[in-house]
Design a protein around this ligand. Structure first.
Ligand code: LLP
Length: 441
C-alpha cells in the first residue's frame, strides 16, 4: 500500500525515522500499523531496517577508525546480523547461543568479541573453535583456564575487563562501572593489574588491551571522559611499572536513547569528539601511544528503530484508575517491571477522540505488576479492538522476552520501502508444548 499525503509524526524523535502519520494511523517503512497488525497479528514488533542501517552509518561517520561491535544482547537475529555485517559492524556476544547465531549468519569470527562474567568451558571452547577475535577476561581464574584450552600453536587475543570505579546508567541494575557489582577487575584494588600480568605470562594468550562497560542508558558523555582518564592513567602505570604497552581500549556500550518525547539520546558526534579529544590529551600527558578504540553500542542501534504494536482487549474502570489491558505485557517487555522504565504509548489505526483520559496500560499476564505504561494519556474513547503502539521497542524487549504463562513470544517483522519480512516468527503453542517430554516418572 502506498503512503498517502502523510505527515511526520508528532514526537518524531522517539519513532523510527520512516514513521508518518495519516488519518490517525502511523505508517512505518511505508506500511500502516493496521495492515501490519492484520497481516502478522499482535503483539508485534516492527523494525525499520533503513533506520538501523542509517544509525550504523551515522556511527561509522562519527567514529572513523573505531571498531564498532553491536551488543547482540539488545536484539539478535540472523537478518540483523546480515545488515550489521554489510554496514561494517562487528558483534559483541555473551553466550554460546549468541555466538552460534552470529556465526550461522556469517559474521566473521575475527569481528566477534566474547564477554561474560561466568563463561563455561564449552563457551570458551566454542569461541576458540570459531576463531573469535577477542575474549574479554573477567576474573583471574579464567586466564589459566582459557590458556589451557588454546591449541598448541595458536594464540588467542584477549582483553581485560576493568572496573574504573565510575557509576553510570539509568537504573542500579544496569550500572556496571562501580566497585560493588559482579563484572570486571578492580583497578583500585590492583586486581586489574594482576590480571594483565597473568595474561601476559601465558604464551597462548595475547592481551590487546582493556575493556570497560560503565552501564546502560547513559545520556551524557561525562562518565566516559572520567573513565578514559582513569584507564589511560592505568595504561601508563602498566607501561611504567612493567614495560607493557597495550594497543586497544574498549569503552563498551551504554549509549542512551529517547523513550519519551522531550528525552534526549546520547549525542554520538559529541561522544566521538569529546572522547577522542580526552583520549589524545590524556595519552599526551603520559607520553603514551593513543590506543585504538572499540565501542559496543546495543540499544542505540536497534532500540529507536523498533515499535511494539498491541491490541486492546479490555478497558476496565476501578475506584482508582482506568486500566487498558492489551494482548502483550511483561513477558514481551519486562523493562517497566524490572527497571521502572517508561515510554510513550499512542493509539494508532484510527483518529481518537479529541479529549483524553489518564489510563494505565497493563498486559495480559497473571500479576498486578504487569504494567506497560502507568498514568498515560490516551483518547477518551479508547476501546477493545484498538491498536496501541509503543516506540523505542527494538532493544531489550524481544531479547528479554519470556514465555511466562505459556504464551509464545511475538514475531519481529522488518519493514522497508513498503515491504515487510518476518525476521523472527511468532512462537506458537506447538513450540511451547514441544519441549515438554511428558515424562511422569
Ligand atoms: N557491552 C557490554 C559488555 C555490555 O554488558 C552491554 C550491555 C553493552 C555493551 C551494550 O549496552 P547498551 O549500548 O545496549 O546500553 N536489559 C537492560 C540493559 C542491560 C545492558 C547489559 N549490558 C535494559 O533493558 O535496559
Amino acid at each position: 500500500m502506498s503512503v498517502r499525503l502523510a505527515e511526520p509524526v508528532s514526537d518524531a524523535a522517539v519513532w523510527p525515522r520512516s514513521t508518518r502519520e495519516h488519518a490517525g494511523d502511523l505508517t512505518i517503512g511505508g506500511l500502516t500499523s493496521v495492515e501490519l497488525a492484520e497481516r502478522f497479528g499482535t503483539p508485534l514488533y516492527v523494525l525499520d531496517e533503513q533506520h538501523v542501517r542509517d544509525t550504523c552509518r551515522a556511527y561509522r561517520r562519527a567514529l572513523p577508525g573505531v571498531e564498532i561491535a553491536y551488543a547482540a544482547k539488545a536484539f539478535l537475529c540472523r537478518g540483523l546480523v546480515g545488515w550489521l555485517r554489510e554496514e561494517g559492524f562487528g558483534l559483541d556476544v555473551c553466550s554460546a547461543g549468541e555466538l552460534a547465531l552470529a556465526t550461522l549468519a556469517g559474521m566473521p569470527g575475527e569481528r566477534i568479541i566474547l564477554h561474560g562474567n561466568a563463561k563455561s568451558a564449552d563457551e570458551l571452547r566454542a569461541a576458540l573453535r570459531l576463531g573469535v577475535g577477542r575474549i574479554v577476561l573477567d576474573n583471574p581464574a579464567e586466564i589459566a583456564r582459557l590458556a589451557a584450552l588454546v591449541a598448541p600453536r595458536q594464540r588467542q587475543r584477549v582483553m581485560v575487563r576493568v572496573v574504573p570505579g565510575i557509576e553510570a546508567g539509568a537504573h542500579h541494575a544496569i550500572r556496571t562501572g562501580g566497585e560493588d557489582q559482579k563484572f570486571g577487575l578492580s583497578i583500585a584494588r590492583g586486581d586489574a593489574e594482576d590480571a594483565v600480568l597473568r595474561a601476559m605470562a601465558q604464551p597462548h594468550l595475547e592481551p590487546t588491551g582493556l575493556h570497560c562497560h560503565l552501564g546502560s542508558q547513559i545520556g551524557s558523555v561525562r562518565p566516559w571522559l572520567a573513565a578514559v582518564a582513569t584507564l589511560v592513567e592505568f595504561l601508563a602505570g602498566l607501561r611504567d611499572r612493567h614495560g607493557i604497552v597495550l594497543p586497544e581500549l574498549n569503552l563498551g556500550g551504554g549509549h542512551g536513547i529517547a523513550y519519551r518525547g522531550g528525552e534526549h539520546p546520547l549525542d554520538i558526534e559529541a561522544f566521538a569528539d569529546d572522547v577522542r579529544r580526552q583520549l589524545n590529551r590524556r595519552c599526551a600527558l603520559y607520553d603514551l601511544p593513543v590506543p585504538r578504540l572499540i565501542v559496543e553500542p546495543g540499544r542505540a542501534i536497534t532500540g529507536p528503530a523498533g515499535v511494539a504494536l498491541y491490541r486492546v482487549l479490555v478497558v476496565k474502570r476501578t475506584a482508582h484508575r482506568v486500566f487498558v489491558a492489551v494482548d502483550g505485557g511483561m513477558a514481551d517487555n519486562p523493562r517497566p517491571a524490572l527497571y521502572g522504565a517508561r515510554s510513550t504509548v499512542r493509539l494508532v489505526g484510527r483518529p481518537g477522540a479529541a479529549g483524553t483520559r489518564r489510563v494505565t496500560v497493563v498486559g495480559r499476564y497473571c500479576e498486578s505488576g504487569d504494567v506497560l505504561a502507568a498514568d498515560v494519556e490516551l483518547p477518551e474513547d479508547v476501546h477493545p479492538g484498538d491498536l496501541l503502539a509503543m516506540p523505542a521497542a527494538g532493544a531489550y524487549q524481544q531479547s528479554m522476552a519470556s514465555t511466562y504463562n505459556l504464551v509464545g513470544r511475538p514475531p519481529v517483522v522488518a519493514v522497508r520501502d513498503g515491504r515487510s519480512r518476518v525476521l523472527l516468527r511468532r512462537e506458537g503453542i506447538e513450540d511451547l508444548l514441544a519441549r515438554d517430554t511428558g515424562s511422569e516418572s
